[in-house]
Design a protein around this ligand. Structure first.
Ligand code: 2HG
Ligand code: ZN
Length: 446
């Protein structure tokens, strides 16, 4: 039996996509920089079908690229050439919120927006938010240990995982969905699968840990003369803001592009070199807390939004960066992290190292030291830009990947911020769990 026939026998004819035009949206990632053709796209409807799909692929020696909402930005969820794309978007089971444990069971294909909706209806929250919330799925978020704009308060997705279900390369199942907070029987396999980017197993469901919902919010945009001032502002206000819920930054280069893209204008008095977006959230109005922190920190100009429309408008300036950049071209996109006090020197070094005709846009999650370096201009295939930025990151004591993952985009540079012994240990784990090297080959480990 051919591989395609074997897959059809598992999931039914309609869920195996072989025609080029139907496969196409699964074969290119959000950046348009990473693409490849798939042998087929298979869309199982249950964990049991995932088991059977992986067994069929193993029998045929076929490599598999797991894919969630395909919002990835590092080429980690699209084929490089000839693999089977295993799309998990049909696993949309979403349980009722368990009010005693504050947890909920979600299938890998549940979107973040759906999870947020379920949590909020129960008076709670998902504790994670990203701009791609309507498409990004729970399985993908966990597989990449995504971060987003609430990580400054709640940590990355890893902190939300009370347990998970996953299928390993040989079809065996890891099932830790009881949600027991204390369960230290043996190795922490779920912990190993979080952030493994589909290279060690395929996540089919997650037991998600929810957080308290804070309905009273205050948001401020602070214009500043430099990124050094942004880092100083964070250090000055953070200890005074127990309700801090997000702390983001962008620069005037990025704001200009966003305003062009949205055809919107910013209040003129607001234009500055750098901007910090600070959001507080609590049970009672946090505006006084925020105002007091600003006064203590000597903040004179801040645009405060305390109603929903005003907040949405300010958040849009930050969240529209990715689409505005993408509308201007195919960027080199480097999600990196540096210690917060290195942010300004790192940014200056990046600007200096880039070709003079390049458009360099830095923005991201100030509270986490997570910088999104986007470079427009140089050919998408020219890796020199990526290498230069990643070497600078290493030199500033940072990480080459903060929240998007290594994917295929950065696999060749893992050694810049991981010791040789660590990489050898990663390879040993990979070889033990996926001896045939069939799960997402080329991602994470080159
Ligand atoms: C964000 O923080 C996302 O908006 C995307 O992580 C970042 O486009 C990017 O570089
Ligand atoms: Zn981000």
């Amino acid at each position: 039996m051919s591989l395609v026939d074997a897959l059809r026998a598992v999931v039914g004819e309609r869920q195996v996509l072989v025609d080029a035009d139907v496969r196409a949206p699964f074969e290119v990632d959000w950046t348009r920089r990473f693409r490849g053709s798939a042998a087929a796209v298979v869309r199982p409807g249950s964990a049991d079908e995932v088991v059977a799909v992986l067994r069929a692929c193993a029998e045929h020696g076929a490599a598999v690229v797991p894919q969630g909402g395909n919002t990835g930005l590092v080429g980690g969820s699209v084929p490089r050439g000839g693999e089977v794309v295993l799309s998990l978007t049909r696993l949309t089971g979403l349980g009722q919120v368990d009010r005693a444990s504050l947890q909920v069971d979600a299938g890998a294909g549940v979107t973040l927006a759906a999870l947020q909706g379920r949590a909020r209806a129960a008076g709670l929250d998902a504790g994670v938010d990203i701009a791609a919330r309507d498409s990004a799925t729970v399985g993908g978020l966990v597989a990449c240990d995504a971060g987003g704009v609430r990580a400054v308060r709640h940590g990355t997705v890893r902190a939300r995982v009370a347990g998970l279900e996953a299928v390993l390369a040989d079809g065996s199942i890891v099932r830790r969905t009881s949600g027991l907070l204390k369960d230290n029987a043996g190795y922490d396999l779920p912990g190993l699968l979080v952030g493994s980017e589909g290279t060690l197993g395929v996540i089919t469901a997650v037991r998600w840990r929810l957080v308290a919902r804070h309905d009273a919010r205050a948001l401020a945009l602070v214009p500043l003369a430099s990124l050094a001032e942004a880092a100083e502002l964070l250090a000055a206000v953070r200890p005074l803001l127990p309700s801090l819920d997000a702390c983001e930054f962008f620069t005037d280069e990025g704001l200009s592009l966003v305003l062009e893209h949205l055809r919107a204008s910013a209040p003129v008095e607001l234009r500055a070199a750098a901007y910090v977006l600070i959001e507080c959230a609590a049970a009672a109005d946090p505006l006084e807390e925020l105002a007091a922190a600003f006064e203590a920190a000597g903040v004179e100009d801040a645009l405060i939004a305390d109603d929903t429309t005003g907040r949405e408008r300010l958040w849009r300036l930050r969240e529209a960066h990715t689409e505005a950049i993408s509308a201007a071209g195919i960027p080199h996109k480097l999600d990196v992290g540096v210690p917060i006090d290195r942010l300004a020197p790192f940014a200056a070094a990046v600007h200096e190292a880039m070709p003079p005709d390049a458009r360099v846009i830095l923005f991201g999650h100030l509270g986490d030291g997570n910088v999104h370096v986007n470079v427009l201009g140089p050919d998408p295939d020219d890796d020199a830009v990526d290498e230069a930025v990643l070497r600078l990151v290493a030199g500033h004591g940072g990480t080459i990947s903060a929240e998007h993952g290594i994917g295929v985009a950065k696999a060749g540079w893992l050694h810049l911020t991981r010791e040789p012994g660590e990489i050898a240990a990663m390879r040993a784990i990979k070889a033990a769990l996926d001896p045939g090297g069939l799960l997402n080959p080329g991602a994470v480990l080159a």
